[in-house]
Design a protein around this ligand. Structure first.
Ligand code: PLP
Length: 448
């Protein structure tokens, strides 16, 4: 008799993954007792690793007091304290937090808030959004409309909003011409964005949406120096808002609470999720500036949006404790130090590897990109499914990493994304790179 059929609709409809039955810091424990080093924190989620005692204690404390109260009637202590923690000392002027259950919901809320802001500030003609190719903003239809990842959008194209258009991403490895300096590259991207505003009519654009460090679809691709200052200027000049998606790269992952702090700009609206609650509860948030909220407060007086589980008390309590631990244990400094070590070790191991074309990232958010040919940057044939082979070879060796494809629109390349917990040790980082090195070589060997 085979194993009982799973009634859970898993990602793969052909295979049932092993059950995870326990967690222990950076380790996940499978049902057969196998210990797997969680080198990507799932998808850059588990920033404190697993079963952190302080977060478990905070969850149990809150559960024993109050698990749920609908936001139509009540606020809650953890929601108020979490908002104060995240935007109370915000350097960029974001003043309000709207708590939802994940990243896609946060992006949806940001898009709708931008639209409502312009209706209420007497500019109802601002109905267009500009985003970037090769970006990922979530899988709900609004978020997918904003996203620019061709493969994810294709089947749903007839259902997606026509209000979104897409420009070239600031992805140097794939988009910068060899003849161009970084400054020229930024100038070309800025000119393209300006041209898109002109094509649409600058006063019809509500917002530009971008990830400061592109995660799943490009593999930890930060923008070149000056890019975000240039796009902030263009948005300001045309009266459009800047929405930043820090669902994956935010909440300390790159060494500062927000990745935009390293760009010398601030957004008007921001989406956060994953590292906010560290996986202890499903939670995301849309953060918004004073100016936007004040306009709506003086207008209709309410944000025309909502979900049943807004600001869920248990989710807020877990996230509050995660953020307190990050501050109390100085984990942002640790992210910077360990991030430096991770980058150095990746460079030592893969810098001269004939099939690793690029090593990139920030803080504990680093990726390698695999190519068939380093000189031409030609990706491997997608039919070889190299990234899936690397994932399997790594898992066999007790390493969970996040391999993905999609290095260029229309061409699916392969990269491996690493996002270890902030509580990792220096030995954990070495072990991640060693095991990944073995997995990459084994996967390449398997395709001949
Ligand atoms: N935005 C970015 C940058 C993401 O990486 C993701 C998820 O990977 C999302 C949005 C969507 O978040 P969620 O899966 O929580 O809906």
């Amino acid at each position: 008799m085979g194993a009982a059929k799973s009634r859970v609709l898993h990602r793969s409809l052909r295979e049932t993954p092993p059950k995870a039955v326990g967690g222990d810091g950076v380790w996940l424990i499978a049902e057969d007792g196998k210990r797997v080093l969680d080198a990507s924190g799932g998808a850059a989620v588990s920033c404190l690793g697993h079963q952190h005692p302080r977060v478990l204690e905070a969850l149990s404390r809150q559960a024993s007091k109050l698990a749920y109260a609908h936001t139509g009637f009540f606020s809650s202590e953890p929601a108020e304290a979490l908002a104060e923690k995240i935007v109370g000392d915000e350097p960029g002027g974001l003043a309000y937090a709207y708590f939802v259950s994940g990243g896609s919901e946060a992006i949806e809320a940001g898009i709708k808030l931008a639209r409502q802001y312009f209706i209420e500030s007497g500019q109802p003609q601002r109905q267009r959004f500009i985003a970037r190719r090769q970006s990922y903003h979530g899988n709900t239809l609004g978020a997918l409309s904003a996203g620019g990842n061709a493969w994810r959008r294709e089947p749903y194209a007839p259902l997606l909003s026509q209000a979104f258009s897409h420009v070239t991403p600031a992805f140097a490895y794939r988009e910068k011409r060899d003849s161009e300096s970084e400054t020229d590259f930024v100038a070309r991207l800025a000119a393209e964005l300006e041209a898109e505003f002109q094509r649409l009519g600058p006063d019809t654009v509500a917002a530009f949406i971008a990830e400061p460090v592109v995660g799943a679809t490009a593999g930890c691709a930060p923008a070149p120096e000056g890019y975000f200052r240039a796009v902030r200027d263009i948005c300001n000049r045309h009266g459009a808002l800047l929405i930043l998606d820090e669902v994956m790269c935010g909440m300390g992952r790159t060494g500062t609470r927000h990745a935009w702090e390293q760009e010398g700009i601030a957004p008007d609206i921001q989406a956060i999720a994953k590292g906010l609650g560290g996986g202890y509860q499903p939670i995301g948030a849309m953060l918004a500036s004073d100016r936007i909220i004040d306009t709506i407060r003086q207008g209709s007086g309410s944000f025309q949006h909502g979900h049943t589980y807004l600001a869920h008390p248990l989710a807020c309590a877990a996230a509050l404790e995660v953020q307190r631990v990050i501050d109390d244990e100085n984990l942002l400094d640790r992210v910077k130090d360990l991030g430096g070590q991770l980058e150095r070790r990746l460079t030592e191991r893969f810098g001269n590897h004939r099939h690793v074309g690029d090593i990139r990232g920030r803080g504990l958010f680093q990726a390698i990109e695999l190519v068939a040919d380093r000189a031409s940057r030609e990706p491997f044939d997608p039919a070889l499914k190299l990234n899936a082979r690397i994932k399997a070879a790594a898992f066999e060796r007790g390493l969970a990493c996040y391999p993905a494809g999609g290095t260029a629109d229309g061409r699916r390349g392969d990269h491996v994304l690493l996002a270890p917990p902030y509580i990792s040790t220096s030995d954990d980082i070495d072990m991640i790179v060693d095991r990944l090195g073995q997995a990459v070589d084994a996967a390449l060997k398997s395709i001949g």
